[in-house]
Design a protein. Sequence first.
Length: 288
Amino acid sequence: MGLQRRSFLKLLGVTGITLAIGENMVAATVPENDPEFNGILFDATRCKGCRGCEFDCAEAHNLPEPPKNKDIAAVRKTDETCNTVVNTYKTEKGELFIKRQCMHCNEPACAAACLTKAMRKSKTGPVTWDGDKCMGCRYCMVSCPFDSPKFEYHSANPKIQKCDLCAERMKTEDSPACAYNCPNEALLYGKRRDLIKEARRRIYEKPDVYIDHIYGEHEAGGTSWLYLSPVPFEQLGMNTTLQQSSYPELTKGFLYSVPSVFVLVPTLLLGIHQATKNNHLNEDKDDK
């Protein structure tokens, strides 16, 4: 059978666009010398579902206040109005909660697919979006294996909305907003290497409590968000079918073996974006 439509779009987003820039585009998203990324460890055994992290995130990013518990009827996804959600799942060990947001991949597919480098992985861990560079192609959305970036379809000046690991806040604060006030210490912020060591320690000391798996240690090449759970992660709605290597790795084998249309179309789009941007600048000058 052929590739399904979404799979094809992901492949196009990560592969076709990469060709327009060249192999260096993928290389630019690959961490050099395994840098000391920051991240957050979420422990599902400690989360009580208070959802304080949702409200703190909304306040820190000037987003609408999250819904009250009584107004939540189903499992939610992040969208253009919220960077994170806490969902409830009934599992073999009772009711458990899981926090979802951008995973901040070590080698993000969204950054590899971004023609204008509006989406990028910083040296400290966050994957951030630069609206001044974005051309609105939304390849980052179809490329993301975690379905994280969201587009403001109903805005006159739309942007890509997602968790940025509080990149701006972290210039002056000690932790992202969501982890700052967690009453049960379900969220632990720190260096990714240290978080993995801490997760392994918890698993070793309490093998009857945790399953022997740190979600995010290897999924999609590794992520800055890491998870511990007392039940298999599929019971918490997590995608457990992801490959272990990063998705930008998929592009390296056939950089020069796909049709030239994949080279020409993104280049054309970039030209249109630049021309439109220059036109708007000229209009602004004329209006003054």
